[in-house]
Design a protein around this ligand. Structure first.
Ligand SMILES: *Cc1c(COP(=O)(O)O)cnc(C)c1O
Length: 432
């Protein structure tokens, strides 16, 4: 299958090219040319299949023309070595917990899948692929752990010195092997600017093969479609799959876009809700039809602090630019920090369930937005312990840190300190 660019000015690319390049040469995002509807028999029996079986079937529809069945199966099964259970919260509201992966973030699946796919496509090349990733915390941990030990790939994680939580820092500075942590004397935007400049620097690109691992990469965002098929299967098992509404806490819109791909592949979901924090660009777009990006503001749900969601271009492409169709199928919601805190406290007091600040936006949007007869599933995107200080302050408690997270705290930190000037960063890479 070929991939086209949302900007329409680049040649179509093969899957391998799209994965290795990341962004298209016209700076657009790659989109698969076709989305195949899966047969009704698959949906009729989906509740009898495991998460791995469901995902392999979905992956075959997306990638089956480009990767031999046995290799693809191995990639999918190795990626999904954990489950994403659906849990009942209250009334007609359920959550799919996507935080059972190695770094307790939903980004684990995309990162692990992309690592294996990149390793697969690069296995006969002599040159190493170098992944550059700028992080304010979560992406770096998922990518570093997803790529750990993958042959033929080296990862550089750029993070702002002193600005990520101690747990997050341990998750990408203690790994060693093919993971190098670069501690930048600046803020997240400086890290991102360094990565962008590196991709545009001819001398660096001649010296080494560079790619990115954020959700612009098809190999990172598409596997997230697995979650939505799994949610449907589990709701069907509970006899609750009719009139199902899925609500996704959204920032860069990679996750929800993967869900929309599922819908275009025939997944019987009635509609979607995109839950935003105070960064309400998509919400405003739904109301007005006008997309006006603006600088992000800092919130309690900081992984959604995005002022110009990259994957909006993919949403537009899916619906051929029709605001009417988008607004008919996706509802929006936006919540302030005060509302997020109130929702975490209220939900815990009533149900005993501890939401993280991102999931809280999702829960609240269902609470306010579900119609009679609808069943809602919101995506819980991270374990609350990843935001321990915030959640503890809201609940006045001391939530437990899962053993998996604690294990990271035991390693020894290794990082390379660099300034925020491009020349220093470039010299460092040229010397590798
Ligand atoms: C990345 C992230 C999000 C936002 O996902 P997008 O795909 O960027 O919309 C939401 N919650 C958490 C915890 C995240 O890490």
């Amino acid at each position: 299958m070929l991939y086209y660019s949302t900007n329409g000015k680049a040649p179509k690319a093969t899957l391998a090219e799209a994965v290795v390049k990341g962004l298209a040469p016209d700076r657009g995002l790659y989109m698969p040319e076709r989305l195949e509807k899966l047969p009704q028999s698959f949906y009729d029996t989906i509740d009898t299949l495991s998460f791995q079986e469901i995902s392999y079937r979905v992956a075959s529809a997306l990638f089956g023309e480009d990767i031999p069945a046995d290799d693809l199966k191995k990639i999918v099964y190795d990626t999904l070595s954990f489950e994403t259970p659906v849990v009942h919260i209250d009334g007609n509201i359920y959550t799919e917990e996507l935080f059972h992966g190695p770094t307790l973030a939903f980004k684990d699946v995309g990162a692990r899948f992309m690592a294996r796919l990149l390793g697969y496509f690069n296995k006969n090349e002599k040159r190493l692929v170098n992944v550059l990733v700028a992080t304010s915390g979560d992406t770096g941990s998922a990518v570093a752990n997803g790529f750990l030990g993958v042959e033929g790939v080296h990862v550089y994680v750029l993070y702002p010195k002193g600005k990520v939580s101690p747990i997050q820092e341990c998750q990408f500075t203690t790994l060693g092997q093919n993971i190098t942590a670069l501690e930048i004397d600046g803020v997240f935007d400086d890290c991102q600017a360094l990565v962008k400049s590196a991709f545009m620097d001819q001398q660096l690109n001649d010296h080494m093969k560079l790619t990115s691992a954020n959700s612009i990469n098809v190999a990172r965002f598409l596997p997230q479609a697995f979650y939505y098929f799994n949610a449907y299967a589990q709701m069907k098992k509970l006899g609750k799959a009719d009139n199902m509404v899925i609500c996704v806490p959204s920032g860069n819109f990679g996750n929800i876009t993967a869900g929309l791909f599922g819908w275009f592949m025939g997944l019987p979901v009635k509609r979607f809700i995109a839950a935003n924090n105070a960064n309400d660009i998509f919400y405003k777009y739904l109301q007005t039809g006008v997309y006006s990006p603006k600088p992000s503001v800092q919130t309690l749900a900081n992984a959604m602090d995005v002022g110009d969601p990259s994957n909006f271009a993919r949403v537009l492409a899916l619906y051929k630019g029709s605001h009417k169709d988008i607004a008919a199928h996706i509802a929006g919601a936006t919540y302030s920090d005060a509302q997020i805190a109130e929702t975490i406290a209220d939900t815990f007091n009533r149900t005993g369930y501890v939401l993280d600040p991102h999931g809280a936006c999702g829960y609240r949007a269902l609470q306010e937005g579900l119609a009679d007869g609808e069943q809602g599933v919101f995506i819980e995107t991270a374990h609350p312990a990843k935001f321990k200080e915030k959640v503890d302050a809201i609940l006045g408690g001391d939530i437990e840190i899962p053993a998996k997270l604690q294990a990271f705290m035991k390693g020894t930190k290794q990082s390379v300190e660099l300034g925020k000037d491009f020349e220093g960063f470039k010299q460092f890479l040229l010397n590798q």
